[in-house]
Design a protein around this ligand. Structure first.
Ligand SMILES: NC(=O)c1ccc[n+]([C@@H]2O[C@H](COP(=O)([O-])OP(=O)(O)OC[C@H]3O[C@@H](n4cnc5c(N)ncnc54)[C@H](OP(=O)(O)O)[C@@H]3O)[C@@H](O)[C@H]2O)c1
Length: 287
């Protein structure tokens, strides 16, 4: 029987790394999609050692750059014919950022990393996913969206080129777009062996050393927040569930909380017309 394969982006730290270890322990071949080679190799060696599974391999990818996403997809396609799970975990959420940062391809970094990159990667991996008898695409959103029930995608200016930027606004917009993308994907994939689910990540412990530029106030806020947070390992269990459960609670396109229960997203995000507009906008970024 062919070994199951998953690709997890942002797998060198936090929830992504914890999920990679859980898949490795299940005997899957695990591809670690990481932008930093050194941190990626460290994760590769660590997960191999902890799981005893040699089929854990780094795939270099910077999710903010389409050129890099294409190169990584090409590598994955050539080295393993089929993909059973694709987990879009990587995210740009540096809360110390005060002004928008644009990638060398000219796209605002949060929008590029958290939304455009995952949509492109899915597109490029679809043939490999369709070779699996039952494949799953897992996107990642945030429970923090509950604090922004009226949030909409800025269809006329998703990159804040006309002002109004805050990294929080950019981040939640990108996560809302991922929720809407998952619904769109689920519809589009009906009748294939591939389905989609979105995980609503709750408050999960973060390694604060990864964000050295945070202000003392933000560090203090994180230390307060961490008192009620769950571990990356615990949250990763939902990634594994979302990728492997034969049936998702509400069928294809489920939005799942940390207890693997289906939860509802905002009325705006569920509206098919809004979803179509967001995906039309997203399509304009693909080159
Ligand atoms: N922790 C929470 O409380 C929380 C709450 C809601 C949602 N989430 C979501 O959960 C997911 C995992 O977060 P986490 O808590 O595990 O954070 P984390 O430990 O900071 O992990 C983020 C990962 O994304 C990677 N990444 C960032 N930009 C990238 C890029 N351009 N290309 C490739 N990889 C990139 C990072 O790699 P580098 O090492 O190269 O930076 C890192 O591996 C994210 O989608 C996040 O939005 C987390």
């Amino acid at each position: 029987m062919e070994q199951n394969t998953c690709l997890i982006t942002g797998a060198n730290s936090g929830i992504g790394r914890a999920a990679a270890l859980q898949f490795a322990r299940l005997g899957w071949r695990v591809l670690l999609g990481c932008r930093n080679r050194e941190r990626g190799l460290e994760a590769e060696a660590g997960i191999r050692g902890q799981s005893g599974n040699r089929e854990v391999r780094l795939v270099a990818v910077d999710m903010s750059l389409q050129e890099s996403v294409r190169r990584a997809a090409d590598e994955v396609g050539k080295t393993c014919g089929r993909l059973d799970a694709l987990i879009h975990n990587a995210a740009d959420f540096d809360l110390s950022r005060k002004t928008p940062v644009f990638t060398k391809e000219g796209v605002e970094s949060v929008w590029a990393t958290n939304h455009v990159g995952p949509v492109l990667l899915t597109d490029l991996m679809l043939d490999a996913l369709k070779k699996s008898p039952r494949a799953r695409i897992v996107t990642v959103a945030s429970k923090g969206l509950l604090m922004h029930p009226l949030l909409k995608i800025r269809l006329d200016d998703p990159e804040f080129k006309n002002g109004g930027y805050s990294v929080q606004k950019a981040y939640y917009q990108s996560k809302l777009a991922q929720v809407m993308y998952t619904y769109w994907l689920a519809e589009r994939l009906k009748g294939t062996g591939v389905s989609a689910a979105c995980v609503r990540v709750t408050n999960v412990k973060i390694d604060i050393h990864r964000y050295p530029n945070l202000s003392p106030f933000m560090k203090f806020m994180y230390s307060i927040k961490s008192k009620s947070s769950i571990s990356p390992e615990r949250m990763a269990e939902t990634y594994v569930f979302a990728a492997t459960a034969a049936e998702l609670p509400a069928g294809s396109g489920s939005y799942l909380d940390e207890h693997n229960r289906a939860v509802a997203s905002s009325a705006y995000s569920r509206d098919p017309e809004n979803i179509a507009k967001v995906m039309e906008l997203t399509g304009k970024y693909m080159h």
